[in-house]
Ligand binder design. Structure first.
Ligand SMILES: Cc1cc2nc3c(=O)[nH]c(=O)nc-3n(C[C@H](O)[C@H](O)[C@H](O)COP(=O)(O)O)c2cc1C
Length: 396
């Protein structure tokens, strides 16, 4: 079942059912250019047998960055570097899609000149880093739509084989979807039709730029798990609308910086026992759409993956963190060499530091850096070293 191909509405075929979900690589130059390490890392994953590989989130505006080492795609100045990256990651008949993102209020202030959102609602913590955003003007909203389309056209020109729009995890498009952050009273706020207008316009603009036979997917929250926020009902309506306009793949996740449930924090034991965090929701999504569905978050055993595929609940298995330590996992799962992916429990021994979810992110980013340097990942890598190295890199 894992080895069965999947044909998308646009006609493109993915060779198997295992997708690597987006993981920010934390290693572009300060100008956002992907160096040679990206080619090494993505070639490593391509050789491990992944069917669809989605890049870490790529910024569409260098003035608004989620963190200091993000890649940025806004003009053709460094297209040769992007071409090298795409070429390597497509080896072995791998689908290689870019994930395009605007961080909105989840932009780090020290690397972002422009902090904007649907409304001027600031994150309630780490306020020195996540500054109060300015509400976008109508002109600003239109500029964002244009930038997504422009980045998509550049990605296609560079040789990537598809686009994923990041509309999850509390970034700009997800901020517009959520009444918790979107307090607008114009056509971009209020009803779910209005709150989703930006996402729908971004999709339409990208489709115009890349054409009808090029895959476009979206990553969307099942909910943002916030009182007064984006609900499951909202999400089902947006999924229906996206399906009606011909989106090729819908990846389900959940959470925001305020409530990072996407990596399995603060979840009930019963959910953990069921492995995939948002499985209950995807069953509801299946009722409203025939568009291919991908589920990410928590999948670790072959039996749970095969069962979800066989039940018809979803079409693609999304996996992120295990890919950083076990890049050959698709080949190994498909051949039967392994049945279960190890899940590291990361701790520094300090509750304070462990409490901030970035330790997880840094440790996995360090594993990706090892592969970018043509070394093998190291599941025994120490957590304190990771914490200090990455904190320094973010500040410097
Ligand atoms: C190092 C790291 C970087 C991540 N970067 C992104 C990203 O750029 N875009 C995104 O949509 N999700 C990102 N995520 C979230 C993952 O795609 C995924 O939703 C999450 O890790 C849960 O899946 P898993 O349990 O298989 O790891 C990141 C996660 C990690 C650990």
């Amino acid at each position: 079942m894992l080895n069965k191909s999947l044909t998308l509405p646009c006609g493109r075929t993915i060779k198997n059912r295992i997708a690597k979900s987006a993981m920010s690589e934390y290693m572009a130059s300060k100008k956002g250019v992907p160096g040679e390490g990206f080619a090494h890392l993505y070639r490593r994953w391509a050789n491990g047998g992944v069917g669809l590989n989605i890049t870490g989130n790529i910024m569409i505006d260098s003035r608004s960055k989620e963190e200091g080492r993000n890649t940025v795609l806004e003009d053709n100045t460094n297209l040769e570097a992007w071409k090298g990256f795409a070429e390597a990651g497509k080896e072995n008949n791998t689908e290689l899609w870019v994930q395009l993102n605007h961080p909105g209020r989840q932009a780090r202030g020290h690397v972002s000149k422009r902090i904007v959102s649907a409304s001027d609602v600031q994150l309630p913590f780490m306020k020195a880093i996540f500054k109060k955003p300015k509400a976008l003007t109508e002109e600003g909203v239109l500029d964002i739509i244009h930038r997504f389309g422009n980045a998509a056209a550049l990605a296609k020109e560079a040789g990537f084989t598809g686009i994923q729009i990041h509309s999850a995890h509390g970034y700009l498009l997800s901020q517009f979807l959520s009444p918790h952050v979107n307090k607008r009273t114009d056509k971009w706020g209020g009803t779910i039709e209005n709150r989703s207008r930006l996402l729908m316009s971004v999709y339409a603009e990208i489709r115009k730029q890349v054409g009808s036979d090029f895959p476009i997917g979206v990553k969307i929250n099942s909910a943002d798990f916030q009182r007064g926020g984006f609900t499951e009902d909202d999400s089902l309506k947006v999924i229906t609308m996206l399906s009606e306009v011909g989106i090729d793949l819908i990846e389900i996740s959940g959470g925001t910086y305020e409530n990072p449930v996407m990596v399995g924090l603060e979840k009930k034991q019963s959910t953990k026992d069921r492995e995939a965090f948002f499985l209950d929701f995807i069953v509801k999504a299946r009722q409203v759409t025939d568009t291919p569905l991908m589920l990410t978050g928590g999948f670790r055993t072959k039996s749970a993956m095969v069962q979800a595929l066989e039940n018809g609940e979803l079409d693609l298995i999304g996996i992120a963190r295990p890919f950083a330590t076990y890049p050959d996992l698709p080949n190994q799962l498909i051949s039967g060499e392994i049945e279960k992916l190890p899940s590291e429990v990361l701790t520094t021994g300090s509750k304070l530091i462990d409490g901030i979810a970035v330790l997880d992110v840094y440790w996995y980013a360090d594993q990706m850096k090892r592969m970018a340097n043509q070394q093998e990942p190291d599941p025994n890598l120490g957590t304190w070293g990771t914490f200090f190295r990455n904190t320094r890199a973010q500040i410097g």
